[in-house]
Design a protein around this ligand. Structure first.
Ligand code: HPA
Length: 241
């Protein structure tokens, strides 16, 4: 909150500096990469905690890209402030995930229709009861049609938002896999819950970076830079809003 007019605790941007549609990678360097390679006139609006955020133009429309960090507590802080302090209306997470089904392969692109979770965050929020975090159907439908017209195959279904990457039981994912859950990541249940709470639209688009069934994985540099299909779907969805 150092500068005059700055209204947010964790995002050091001036009012109006962030577009109504924001792409949300976990990795701030991926935010930088998307802004510098895919947006016109990108300007960095946030460097607080190194959680870079940029606003630029895509097909002439304003779009922002904001890193959120890994995991639901970090992700939820940025999403809360984007919505409540900066008036963001459309939030599109772009991230990586671990595939949990034999039919899901490394580099596949997924649209998360819903996000199951092992997190306690929603049990605290809902006094021990369950909430079903779901994507905005409008964004999901637009992204599906965009993918089809771009010739990018997407798989659509339930994902798991987990609180642990290195859990006690390395086989724990198999329980979720038995229920048809496609993949595991660490943010979307919080994103979908906050979008519902504040009446805005959210969607998660994921690229499979590792395959829990076979153990195959892509390297961290590829994770950061080469998920162009996912980025294209996200930006074309933003342009269609
Ligand atoms: N678990 C959680 N998040 C992930 C994974 C995983 O295996 N891979 C990519 N993001």
């Amino acid at each position: 909150m150092g500068k005059t007019g700055v209204v947010s605790i964790h995002i050091g941007a001036e009012p109006g500096a962030i577009a109504e549609t924001v792409l949300l990678p976990g990795d701030p360097l991926r935010a930088k990469f998307v802004a510098e390679t895919m947006l016109d006139n990108p300007a960095c609006y946030n460097e607080v905690r190194g959680m870079l955020g940029f606003t630029g133009l895509y097909r002439g429309g304003r779009v922002s890209v904001q890193g959120t960090g890994m995991g639901m507590p970090s992700h939820a802080i940025y999403v809360h402030e984007l919505i409540n302090d900066f008036g963001v209306k459309h939030l599109i997470r772009i991230g990586s995930c671990g595939g949990m089904q034999p039919g899901i392969k490394v580099r596949d692109v997924l649209l998360a229709q819903a996000a199951s979770t092992d997190s306690n965050m929603n049990r605290v929020r809902f006094n021990g009861m369950d909430f079903a975090p779901t994507a905005s159907f409008r964004l999901l439908d637009i992204a599906r049609r965009v993918a089809e017209s771009e010739g990018i195959t997407v798989k659509i279904g339930n994902i798991l938002s987990s609180d642990t990457f290195y859990g006690e039981d390395p086989q724990a994912w198999k329980l979720w896999a038995r229920y048809g859950v496609l993949a595991v990541e660490m943010e979307s249940a919080a994103l979908y819950t906050l979008a519902a709470r504040f009446g805005v639209e959210a969607l998660t688009i994921l690229t499979v970076s590792d395959d829990l069934v076979t153990g195959e994985a892509v390297g961290s540099e590829e994770r950061e830079k080469t998920f162009t299909g996912m980025m294209k779907i996200a930006l074309e969805t933003a342009a269609a809003l």
